[in-house]
Design a binder for this molecule. Structure first.
Ligand code: HPA
Length: 244
């Protein structure tokens, strides 16, 4: 798998699964990233908390380009991330793991979604036929099997701008378009990883039924609570995959 980084999402801000941890900071063209370097069974791993150590960076303000370029410059070749999502597809339910293989982008482009803005980097149109790395996804499937964790081995991730949750009308539309799960962070993270020619996959944890499917209004506290409840299983799955 090469040199691996874990990008921890909501509920996974702390790399408690790593040994010999040291904190690092690295500056690159797009900004500064703070990361942790540690080992797992002797293998060196870099950990980056997507929302910051104390969950202080909302999805629309994450410096995705600094994060991905920073990891690239640290020598990372493969990224396994975690994401909290709501379920649109009725076959998916809270506490389920999903391994997306496609995304639909509903971010509103206040986000910087490319390294290729013209200028010295040029104009590049990167292929997105398989946005998520098939070999890394296969590794996660194998890890889930070994741990006997049920996992949806594919799914379409709809990425919204946030930080607000969706309206029931939006969820109905995403459902008609073929979306299975909805979250706020996978775009442009996955796109930038592809542009940087890094293998990228995400393990999504369903924390709630999406708006309108759930009979009650959704809260961020509910999302965090579910992630915390499931964090042991999620960490175990991530680390099993990283170890394969
Ligand atoms: N919508 C968007 N992002 C999310 C959700 C949701 O329902 N649940 C967790 N992250």
């Amino acid at each position: 798998m090469g040199h691996i980084a874990i990008i921890g999402g909501t509920g996974l801000c702390d790399p408690t699964m790593l040994d010999h941890v040291t904190s690092g900071q690295m500056e690159n063209y797009y900004g500064t990233i703070r990361y942790t370097r540690g080992t797992y069974k002797g293998k060196e791993i870099i950990f980056l908390a997507r929302h910051g150590k104390y969950h202080s960076i909302p999805p629309h303000l994450i410096n995705y380009r600094a994060n991905i370029l920073g990891l690239k410059k640290l020598g990372v070749t493969a990224i396994l991330s975690t994401t909290a999502v709501g379920a649109i597809n009725r076959d998916y339910k809270p506490d389920d793991f999903v391994l997306p293989d496609q995304f639909i982008d509903f971010t509103s482009h206040s986000r910087h979604g490319s390294f290729f803005d013209g200028g010295s980097n040029g104009v590049v149109h990167v292929d997105m036929t398989e946005p998520y790395c098939p070999s890394l996804r296969e590794t996660v499937v194998q890890a889930a099997q070994e741990l006997s964790y049920p996992l949806h081995a594919s799914g379409t991730y709809v990425c919204t701008e946030g930080p607000r949750f969706e309206t029931p009308a939006e969820i109905k539309m995403f459902d008609k378009l073929g979306g299975d799960i909805v979250g706020m962070t996978n775009v442009p993270e996955v796109c930038l990883a592809r542009e940087a020619e890094m293998c990228y996959a995400t393990i999504s944890m369903v924390t709630n039924y999406a708006a309108g499917i759930s009979p009650v209004p959704l809260t961020h506290a509910e999302v965090v609570e579910k992630m915390v409840q499931n964090s042991k299983r999620l960490r175990r799955l991530v680390m099993r995959a990283v170890d394969l």
